[in-house]
Design a binder for this molecule. Structure first.
Ligand SMILES: Nc1ncnc2c1ncn2[C@@H]1O[C@H](COP(=O)(O)OP(=O)(O)OP(=O)(O)O)[C@@H](O)[C@H]1O
Ligand SMILES: [Mg+2]
Length: 261
């Protein structure tokens, strides 16, 4: 399996148009991501990162522009149809999981998306499959399959959520600061697991982060959003030569410019 390419062209979204609160969240944004590419996304608060994700997910309809996943134009496709092809993970480790169900039941539910349209009982083979999958995370989760999701630690839950988000083999994975609520140790571990899963499955991935180190060290390309546009796009040698300090400097220079109007 592998991911699909993503092509975003001229994407524009204005909130509360015609009012004093009018806000241009996406401003003719263009972004081409090749199949299997892992891109980190930086940008100050309000730069349009989540709005970009929400339009890709179909939760927000853009005013204009188009979104292609592979060859398919999904700009106006219903969100439930897109859900079969993409997964999203957020800061809150419990979002998108059933906390009173066991880890195994949660995984079975996520797996069902791929296996069939109806819920199926976890049979012994699936059980062994989930155990093996969990063991690859190296977080001791394979011994906690009968534990209720809500009782796992934040890091364990987020790693398990990542597995749930990818077990149905999405063509696109969107990570919206998925390690931001974790302590540094757990964040590091979940980041390792993220790279492992994404690279193993070659899932096309966009990962929003506010961490300059992760922005440069994870994946193979870094973009920065500002005022609803891509203002920086680093890959290859240019990215390798960039330091977190220099990147932070570029980031704060933009913020200062904005504050000073
Ligand atoms: N539903 C909405 N209604 C009105 N304005 C909105 C809505 N969603 C976002 N905005 C505005 O659009 C702009 C972009 O917001 P967005 O949430 O995409 O930013 P972000 O880059 O994800 O920021 P953060 O780092 O804080 O999560 C902001 O000015 C925000 O206030
Ligand atoms: Mg956001």
């Amino acid at each position: 399996m592998s991911g699909s390419s993503l092509s975003v062209q001229g994407l524009t979204k204005r909130f509360e148009a015609g009012t004093v609160n009018e806000k241009l969240a996406l401003d003719h944004l263009d972004l081409e991501v090749s199949a299997g590419q892992f891109v980190t996304v930086l940008g100050s608060n309000g730069s349009g990162k989540s709005t970009l994700f929400n339009t890709i997910l179909g939760r927000i309809l853009p005013d204009s522009g188009s979104i292609l996943l592979g060859e398919e134009d999904i700009t106006r496709q219903k969100d439930y149809r897109r859900a079969l092809n993409m997964s999203c993970l957020y800061q809150n480790p419990l979002r998108g999981t059933a906390p009173t169900m066991t880890l195994e039941e949660n995984l079975a539910l996520a797996y069902t998306r791929k296996a069939s349209k109806s819920f199926f009982a976890v049979n012994r083979r699936d059980n062994a499959y989930f155990r093996d999958l969990l063991a690859t995370l190296n977080m001791g989760l394979e011994d906690r399959m009968k534990t209720k999701m809500g009782l796992l630690s934040g890091g364990q839950r987020q790693a398990a959520s990542l597995l749930m988000a990818t077990v149905a083999q999405p063509k696109l994975l969107l990570l919206d600061e998925h390690t931001a609520a974790l302590d540094p140790g757990a964040a590091e571990k979940v980041m390792e697991v993220t790279e492992e899963i994404v690279i193993r499955n070659q899932i096309t991935t966009l990962m929003i982060t506010h961490d300059m180190d992760y922005a440069l060290s994870v994946g193979s390309r870094t973009i920065m959003l500002d005022m609803g546009r891509v203002v920086l796009d680093l890959s290859g040698e240019e990215r390798e030569n960039m330091t977190p300090g220099a990147l932070a400097e570029l980031f704060y220079a933009r913020s200062r410019r904005k504050r000073n109007g």
